[in-house]
Design a protein around this ligand. Sequence first.
Ligand code: PDD
Length: 294
Amino acid sequence: MYVYINDGIVPASDAKISVFDHGFLYGDGVYETMRAYDGVVFMIEEHIKRLFRSASMIRLDIARDAGSVRTAIYRTLSANSLKSAYMRLTVSRGYGPVGLDPELCKKPTFIIIAEEFREYPETYYENGIRVIIAETRRNLTTAINPQIKSLNFLNNILAKVEAKEKGAYEAFMLNASGHLTEGTISNLFFVKDDILCTPSVECGILDGITRAIVIDLAARNGITVREGRFTQDELYRASEVFITNTTAEVMSACRVDNVDFMIGDVSGLLLKEYRKEVDAYVKEKRGESPSLRE
Ligand code: PDD
């Protein structure tokens, strides 16, 4: 396995960062998770755009442009001879003396990891996953805005710990005013009275790239979509519940707390349509992907 670190690719065993890296010391940095299908990184431009948005929201200068980030992502994929991959791009503030001041760090640390994509167990899609509504509340937009895809992940980890303790896979978090937000690594959707509902960005969520595609696909398939403020009681009364993210695509929940759900028609349709969208994208971009032959 090879890792892209700063300006080059090295064997994973040589990919090391300083113990003074502020990403390690303070969770000061940002990241993106991407998925490659058949050698094509799905929605790469959107991920790069969001990476720059997250970086700008924490005043982090990535010190390279979108084109060179794109090249680095594809170089990492080719170096590992991967077609189907999980990819994680991390940019931290870099190393510097201890202290919170970002100016202590002169150069960001830039890392890309690519691993063979490990498919989720088929049962997750066939039977659905178990979810809880966590006691842990989602970060306030005025504290750590969830739109920043940051390395500071303890909020989500605490909710994940709750889920694990209750035998669930994912946890939905409420915001400070008691409205639904999102999962620990996913956005949430539910169907109620034939309307597809999902918490709006103002509730305090990461505006997922998969979420945007699913909203668009739903509209194109004649499904009414409502982005807004929803309570957990509304979700309990839904006919279907599902999550979305880059790696899981569209995955249904069979249970939220003590309420059971069917794998419904809407989630089934949207998963199918999402996969069609991926196939079309891959077909279109296959010829364009830069490779090591640059
Ligand atoms: N997580 N909300 C949170 C808190 C997330 O961490 C993610 C993604 C999403 C969905 O975003 P997208 O559709 O752009 O993947 C929503 C990734 C998969 C991760 O942390 O690895």
